[in-house]
Design a protein around this ligand. Structure first.
Ligand code: HEC
Length: 136
């Protein structure tokens, strides 16, 4: 038993090292990745990458992510008659689909527009928050 545990640990360590080696050069700049996870991390992403267009003053696409991001997104149906955030269902949520450029046809562009989506690390924070039930 003990030996198998050891092997599993070495495998996990090797994979992690491998990952660093393969993807290290492609890592995004630090500004692109939130320092926090959960709702705080999502707010951080919005502040650094979205409020230029989705502030209370700009509200492009009718979306204000500044005043109260939670109230503006969770359980809200957007202009494409799709949920902006559907609790527990990131892949059904426009917030996640837009930032990963995986939104349905005829539902506008990726977010930020033309970016191809935000970094995987940042998108994962949004994914996990929604999967977790999108708590405040
Ligand atoms: C340069 C301006 C701009 C930036 C920056 C931007 N957006 Fe948008 N956003 C828009 C516009 C314009 C629309 C409406 C057209 C569309 O859906 O493509 C929109 C629509 C959306 C929608 C769809 C709302 C609905 O009704 O379903 C979501 C979700 C969204 N944005 C999230 C974000 C997030 C998250 C970020 C930051 C990562 C972001 N946007 C950054 C301009 C922007």
């Amino acid at each position: 038993m003990r030996r198998w545990t050891h092997v599993a640990m070495i495998c996990a360590m090797t994979l992690t090292g491998c990952d660093d080696y393969l993807f290290g050069e492609l890592e995004d700049g630090p500004d692109d990745v939130p320092a926090q996870t959960g709702y705080a991390g999502v707010v951080e992403i919005a502040q650094s990458q979205c409020l230029g267009c989705h502030s209370a003053a700009t509200m492009q696409g009718g979306l204000d992510l500044e005043t109260d991001l939670h109230a503006a997104t969770v359980g809200v149906t957007g202009q494409y008659i799709l949920p902006i955030v559907l609790e527990g269902q990131p892949r059904e949520s426009m917030l996640y689909m837009k930032i990963t450029d995986s939104h349905p046809d005829n539902t506008g562009t990726d977010m930020p527009p033309g970016s191809g989506g935000i970094s995987d690390a940042a998108a994962d924070v949004v994914f996990d928050w929604i999967l977790d039930g999108a708590p405040r």
